[in-house]
Design a protein around this ligand. Structure first.
Ligand code: AMP
Length: 395
């Protein structure tokens, strides 16, 4: 299901409306604290500018409340940083479909770029409003989606805008193309054994993911606090671990669905307090004493999981094995990350905490793909289809 790339469109003198994910973290002084999302969009941006296109960049930033501009969420600092990264002037329009945007778009020359203000300052964006979308669409000759982090949403800029551009090219940028290649194409025809590793705090967030992965994987390894809800479902003792007692029935259903595909921890690294200085002990899974909580998979589990991972040809990982932010409870996550890095599988790391963990532990370069979208990669692992991608032109 390869989609047509921005590289395959003749953009010379054409106005290209590119939806990017410039949802970067800002501090209280509106300074960007991590510009990775801007840097990730550079290949698509350069592809248009280097070939003489006129580039209109649109994005959301944060969750502004209600209608109207809130300077806390302005994209102005992003436009400035983009100018530094490109080493060229980047225009900024103080609205999206108003007079300033129209004037700046009309004045664009070949090879120039304008960033429009935060899409979410207009209530039409999250409402998926067709009128708002038609106004945005009317500014451009080509539409490009390079906002993977938002691909699971149906916001106007993701769906109604390309719908309003019938007859004009509607294509993917480099970032979305890469995400689709890994998360969708590899998952559709994985080399086997295909092993999934699912961890994190809550089983409720990942029930659909586990359910889908059990259908398509050879093994699903469970870690993180969610393991204790599974343990509870099997009658285990979980002490004061983080659990979701109302989800034990669902956990039991997953255990029943899984047969021998599901691997649950066999031991647990516990603490008597949620702190790095707590007293610590390793116990058998399901044997966590009163007053203690599970904070990581135990060493035997980590060894077992690492062996399964090393034999895999395809690995998908979402969610840490323990409280990886608090050593020594990062050991399980580290062992899993190292096994992925040491193996020669095609390895896909879901966004959010697992991406942060693999970066923090220094293994990001040793895996095939670290997804840029937390919610979007989770939705893909659930097997969801994205309207925002489906409606783009085929290659
Ligand atoms: P998630 O966002 O669901 O992937 O969960 C990630 C969070 O789960 C991280 O902040 C981890 O610290 C936390 N976590 C993982 N294992 C445990 C555990 N055993 N007890 C408490 N929190 C955990």
């Amino acid at each position: 299901m390869a989609k047509k790339s921005i590289d395959a469109v003749d953009v010379a003198n054409q106005a290209v409306l590119m939806r990017v994910d410039f949802n970067v973290p800002l501090d209280e002084n509106q300074q960007i604290t991590d510009d990775r999302r801007i840097r990730m969009a550079l290949p698509s941006i350069r592809s248009v500018l280097d070939r003489g296109g006129k580039l209109i960049l649109i994005s959301h930033l944060g969750r502004p409340k209600g209608e109207g501009n809130d300077s806390k969420y302005s994209l102005a600092p992003v436009a400035e940083r983009l100018g530094e990264l490109l080493d060229q002037k980047v225009q900024f329009a103080s609205d999206t479909v108003g007079d300033d945007a129209r004037a700046k778009v009309a004045a664009l020359n070949s090879g120039e770029v304008v960033v429009l203000e935060n899409l979410r300052f207009h209530k039409g964006e999250q409402a998926g409003d067709a009128e708002f979308a038609a106004e945005l669409a009317s500014m451009a000759d080509v539409y490009c989606n390079d906002a993977f982090g938002t691909c699971h949403r149906k916001d106007a800029s993701m769906v109604a805008v390309p719908e309003a551009m019938q007859g004009k090219p509607k294509v993917v940028g480099h970032l979305v193309a890469k995400e689709i290649e890994y998360l969708s194409d590899v998952m559709a025809s994985p080399e086997r054994p295909f092993v999934a590793i699912v961890g994190g705090a809550k089983v409720s967030d990942k029930i659909k993911v586990i359910h889908n992965l059990l259908e398509i994987c050879d093994k699903v390894l469970i870690g993180g606090a969610m393991a204790y809800t599974f343990s509870l479902a099997r009658g285990g003792k979980v002490g004061k671990s983080l659990v979701e007692p109302d989800k034990t029935e669902l956990a039991a259903e997953l255990i029943a669905q899984a047969g021998d595909k599901l691997e649950l921890p066999i031991d647990t690294h516990c603490g008597d307090d949620f702190s790095p200085n707590c007293n610590k002990q390793v116990v058998a899974a399901g044997e966590i004493p009163e007053g203690w909580e599970g904070l990581d998979i135990g060493p035997e589990t980590a060894k077992r999981y690492a062996a399964i991972i090393r034999d895999a040809k395809t690995v998908v990982w979402n969610g840490p094995m323990g409280v990886f932010e608090m050593p020594p409870f990062d050991e399980g996550t580290k062992t899993v990350a190292r096994a992925i890095a040491d193996g020669n599988s095609t390895s896909i790391i879901g966004g959010g905490d697992s991406a942060a963990a693999i970066e923090q532990l220094g293994f990001a370069d040793a895996v095939s793909h670290v997804s840029t979208g937390g919610g979007a990669s989770l939705a893909m692992l659930e097997g969801q289809r994205f309207a925002a991608v489906d409606l783009l032109d085929e290659a």
